[in-house]
Write a protein that binds this ligand. Structure first.
Ligand SMILES: Cc1cc2nc3c(=O)[nH]c(=O)nc-3n(C[C@H](O)[C@H](O)[C@H](O)COP(=O)(O)OP(=O)(O)OC[C@H]3O[C@@H](n4cnc5c(N)ncnc54)[C@H](O)[C@@H]3O)c2cc1C
Length: 597
């Protein structure tokens, strides 16, 4: 194809992921992805006899290395009781499928792969909230899809939607299954046959245009495979959510996702130029790559964040960028979260924004330190002690207050040098101390490990989850304080024995505000319905967020988890407009997943 100009180039790996990251995975996801938890089957945290914690497998930078401090930290600071045990059930129950015979006859021979396997049906009926994983480990999903159809082209998407409309079958679209909003949960009361449309075979980069710096991409491609393919042309997409290994372009568009390096590459809405969507009333086809257009309201915006409610997004034209010459991690210590926040605010004013800059609070800083692997030599051990002494004794950083800004610099050598100079100059005026690349990289590594760690904690009757919001700068401190207060209050009301673990990160900066990302968890020993208890507290925290000026979500989206807050976010008229759009596009409610409204 004329547009393609292939170059051999270097692959840039996300932090903490190593060589194996780009290895081909078997087509059948059940072969390599856990059926009741996050990530690769061979990768999990285990507690060894001598108290070391080790990450099994070989996929990550710190795989197979022993973490000696994690156990003590988890017991003392997080309140995980590692003597408790809570094994997951061996088999996940599944109800028999509902079959629409006429539909099945109509699709026979039209698609290469149709599966009624219970493992596939379950895999395609959940995302990765704590509640869903808990059900997989100890209970049952109330309703699961009846079969899975793997489509491999736009034409197949059109055919499937046409037949679903004809035979009144419900469709639900599956990307990487990594959502954290119950977006893939099937409505319990749905009596029609539910077919999951698996997009993973639709994963090709159709063309790359290095002059316009655009590419046409099928939406079933995962972030990992997209970057691998683009690297052959010396370019990157750069969209790097923490789920980048498994989530897909279609999922990112549907959920309005945000990547860690948004300062350089933009959020998904900045990356997408146009989309192709198969809806029950026809195909919205605009595979265009104009730099901008004035042609009435932007239809991309109806698709971005549509959460699988209007159709199957099959293709998108995306912006691409040349591979960065330099990619560098750094970190800066601050005496406390307030000073760190002030630094982030001033950085937002300066407009010198590294690809990623995040402020983690003291809890998360300690979390990162607890994941430190054993020193490789006596010299390394000695140097660690010297550094610690220097920081706490000489520089007077309080170990229970200090927090860390982690930074990813990306760009040309000159760009990175300029940004480094400006960032460290600014940090100095807030008594920031440059703490090196290793701490920076470990900070990002933690975010790739967090879902593995959540699963580890679940074995010990400890449940945890993250949630996030976007908030104007002036409300940042109030949102953090009030979330903390409310969670503690709600936990104590419900008889949670130990103090819950709550930790904050400012994960993105904007001109007008920031993204606040929260980890929250507690030990549920003695609580009869931990999932209900957790959900009530999470809802209370969201109520508090919105009361204090935070949004319903910055990037996770709404799904069914936060639907109850939509009216508050967009108002009655907003809800009505969304309802009518949905009704016009999908009058028979074929895409009946009940997300959003
Ligand atoms: C550990 C972890 C880290 C995460 N980090 C981030 C992060 O940094 N940033 C972020 O934004 N999110 C993050 N998420 C949330 C999640 O990864 C995103 O919401 C992601 O965009 C979902 O993509 P997916 O391909 O997995 O979609 P799925 O979970 O498969 O689907 C999500 C929704 O999109 C719909 N959908 C999927 N593909 C299509 C399509 N082709 N056409 C129409 N509808 C479709 C589905 O029907 C569903 O409603 C994280 C989640 C986890 C578990």
């Amino acid at each position: 194809m004329i547009r393609i100009q292939q170059l051999q180039s270097q692959i840039v790996e996300p932090a903490g992921l190593k060589g194996q990251y780009y290895e081909q995975r078997p087509q059948n996801k059940l072969e390599w992805f856990k059926n009741n938890g996050w990530g690769y089957k061979d990768t999990k945290f285990i507690l060894e006899q001598d108290g070391a914690v080790r990450l099994t497998g070989n996929k990550y930078r710190f795989s197979n290395q022993r973490m000696m401090k994690f156990k003590d930290w988890a017991e003392a600071k997080v309140g995980i009781d590692l003597s408790l045990n809570c094994e997951a059930q061996a088999e996940i129950p599944a109800n028999p499928p509902i079959i629409n015979e006429q539909f099945m006859n109509a699709i026979q021979g039209q698609f290469n792969e149709i599966s009624f396997d219970n493992g596939q049906r379950i895999l395609h009926s959940h995302g990765h909230t704590m509640q869903e994983i808990y059900e997989l480990r100890h209970g049952k999903l109330a309703r699961i899809v009846d079969c899975v159809v793997f489509i491999n082209s736009h034409a197949q998407a059109e055919l499937l939607v046409k037949l679903a409309v004809e035979h009144n079958v419900m469709l639900t679209v599956y990307g990487g299954g990594t959502n954290v909003t119950w977006a893939l949960q099937c409505p319990k009361e749905e009596r029609r046959m539910i077919v999951s449309v698996d997009t993973s075979r639709m994963n090709h980069v159709r063309w790359v245009d290095r002059k316009n710096m655009t590419a046409l991409v099928e939406t079933g491609v995962t972030g990992k495979d997209l970057e691998k393919e683009l690297s052959r042309y010396g370019v990157v997409c750069g969209h790097e959510p923490d789920s980048v290994e498994f989530s897909t372009l279609g999922g990112w568009i549907s959920t309005r996702a945000s990547g860690m390096k948004k300062n350089r590459y933009g959020n998904i809405e900045d990356i997408i130029l146009s989309v192709k969507v198969v809806t029950p009333t026809g195909t919205l086809s605009q595979s265009l790559d104009y730099p901008r257009v004035s042609s009435g309201p932007d239809l991309n915006q109806i698709v971005l964040g549509s959460e699988g409610t209007i159709g199957i997004i099959t293709e998108a034209v995306i912006k691409i960028k040349a591979q960065p010459e330099v990619c560098k991690y750094e970190s800066i210590l601050f005496h406390n979260f307030a000073l760190g926040t002030e630094f982030m605010y001033k950085l937002s004013r300066s407009k010198v924004w590294p690809a990623s800059v995040r402020l983690v609070d003291n809890n998360q800083f300690q979390f990162g330190m607890a994941l430190k692997t054993m020193p490789h030599s006596k010299r390394e051990e000695f140097m660690d002690k010297v550094k610690k002494y220097f920081i706490t004794q000489f520089m007077q950083y309080d170990p229970d207050q200090m927090c860390l800004v982690t930074v990813v610099f990306e760009g040309t050598k000159q760009e990175v040098e300029f940004q480094e100079k400006k960032v460290f100059e600014l940090a100095k005026s807030y008594k920031g101390f440059r703490a090196g690349a290793e701490n920076g990289e470990r900070g990002y590594f933690l975010t790739y490990m967090i879902a593995y760690l959540r699963d580890f904690a679940m074995q010990f009757q400890f449940i945890a989850e993250s949630f996030e919001t976007a908030v104007g700068w002036k409300n940042v401190p109030a949102v953090c304080e009030n979330i903390q207060r409310r969670i503690v209050e709600e936990c104590s009301k419900r008889g949670v024995e130990k103090e819950p673990f709550v930790s904050f990160r400012i994960s993105q900066v904007y001109d007008t505000g920031a993204t606040i990302y929260v980890y929250f968890g507690f030990g549920y020993k003695g609580i009869s319905d931990p999932v209900k208890c957790y959900s009530e507290i999470e809802d209370a925290a969201r109520e508090e967020i919105m009361k204090n000026g935070g949004s319903i979500s910055h990037h996770h989206g709404v799904g069914k988890l936060r639907k109850q807050f939509m009216q508050k976010q967009i108002g009655d008229t907003g809800v009505e407009i969304l309802k009518r759009i949905k009704q016009q596009i999908d009058p028979k409610n074929i895409f009946g997943n009940q997300n959003l409204i």
